[in-house]
Design a protein around this ligand. Structure first.
Ligand SMILES: Nc1ncnc2c1ncn2[C@@H]1O[C@H](COP(=O)(O)OP(=O)(O)O)[C@@H](O)[C@H]1O
Ligand SMILES: [Mg+2]
Length: 306
């Protein structure tokens, strides 16, 4: 059993949204999330747009505050760890075009976290990070616009690596890239894993999670519907939503598409009971009531079928 480096305990987060002209309503972007990240593993988080993946990442990065629940890094609450925590946990976002400062040169972009944390020996550390992502040193004097999409994402990863973090949160890091470049970036994350870095890899694409993750959590409506070893979940999915993502079953509402805007999407999700039930082929009356989370063959499933 590998040790847990990060534990998320009963985490919830609600947002207020406008309803009509004057009313506001709150809804849960995350509900009772429980997960652990082990040292040196890639944990995939998969779900459609609006399922709460980014919110979860932001809370772990301390960019958002939860309403309830806790996040522990090596057994300690992340809110008790001060600035040292931000050195240990870094982030790679989807679109390097907007996450990299266009006015800075690659060298400055990668060096910036070292300056923020008052780290010395910066030149050596920048070179080491650039080497880890297989970028040529000659690119250090360029600006982001003078790089390809894949090179830009490597710069973003080098920047995330430069403080030698223990955890990287990667939020859709390949979503803006061509398929061939996507594969190179996925390979790079697997190299990072081999160096002992733990990764939370967020994506809407279950085929990406299949390729890259050791364990995976499937999210819908702010909840973890299913979680387990990736190989097992992919080869025999338990939850109807996982089956849907794998293309194994039809869904009830063809009007629900991935590109629907967030507001509409969140209104389709019932506030009580299983969030997936309006789309679920297996839904029954009880699904509107209590939610049950069980462990079946080492798999966590949030579904009354089990
Ligand atoms: N700052 C915010 N204010 C209000 N609602 C938000 C905010 N951020 C996210 N949401 C809502 O929370 C839900 C989950 O969003 P998000 O975590 O971005 O999902 P994902 O990354 O899976 O697409 C969505 O319905 C989204 O509209
Ligand atoms: Mg997101």
């Amino acid at each position: 059993m590998m040790e847990a480096i990060l534990e998320v305990l009963n985490l919830s987060k609600s947002y207020k949204i406008r309803k009509g002209l004057f009313q506001k309503e709150s809804f849960y972007a995350l509900r009772n999330i429980e997960l652990t990240l082990k040292k040196g593993e890639i944990l995939g988080i998969v779900g459609e747009s609006g399922s709460g993946k980014t919110t979860l990442g932001k809370i772990i990065l301390r960019l958002e505050k939860p309403d309830g629940g806790r996040v522990l890094f090596k057994g300690k609450s992340i809110y008790e760890l001060g600035k040292n925590y931000t050195k240990q946990v870094s982030v790679v976002f989807q679109d390097p075009r907007s996450s990299l400062n266009p006015r800075l040169r690659v060298r400055e972009i990668i060096e910036e976290p070292l300056i923020v944390h008052g780290v010395s020996d910066r030149h050596q550390k920048v070179l080491k990070a650039v080497e880890a992502v297989h970028l040529g040193e000659e690119l250090l004097d360029r600006k982001p616009e003078e790089l390809s999409g894949g090179q830009r994402q490597r710069v973003a990863i080098a920047r995330a690596l430069v403080l030698e973090p223990e955890i990287i949160i990667a939020d859709e890091p390949t979503a803006s890239l061509d398929v061939s470049v996507q594969k190179e970036i996925l390979d790079l994350f697997m190299e990072l894993r081999a160096k002992g870095i733990s990764v939370i890899f967020i994506t809407h694409d279950i085929r990406v999670v299949e390729k890259i993750s050791d364990r995976m959590a499937v999210m819908y409506g702010g909840m973890i519907m299913e979680m387990g070893e990736t190989r097992e979940v992919i080869s025999s999915p338990y939850h109807p939503y996982t089956k849907f993502l794998l293309g194994n079953v039809p869904v009830r509402h063809p009007s629900l598409r991935k590109d629907k805007n967030f507001l509409e999407f969140s209104q389709e999700i019932p506030r009580e009971g299983c969030p997936f039930r309006p789309r679920c082929e297996e839904a029954r009356e009880e699904c509107a009531g209590a939610i049950r989370r069980v462990e079946v063959n080492g798999r966590i499933v949030t579904c009354l079928l089990y």
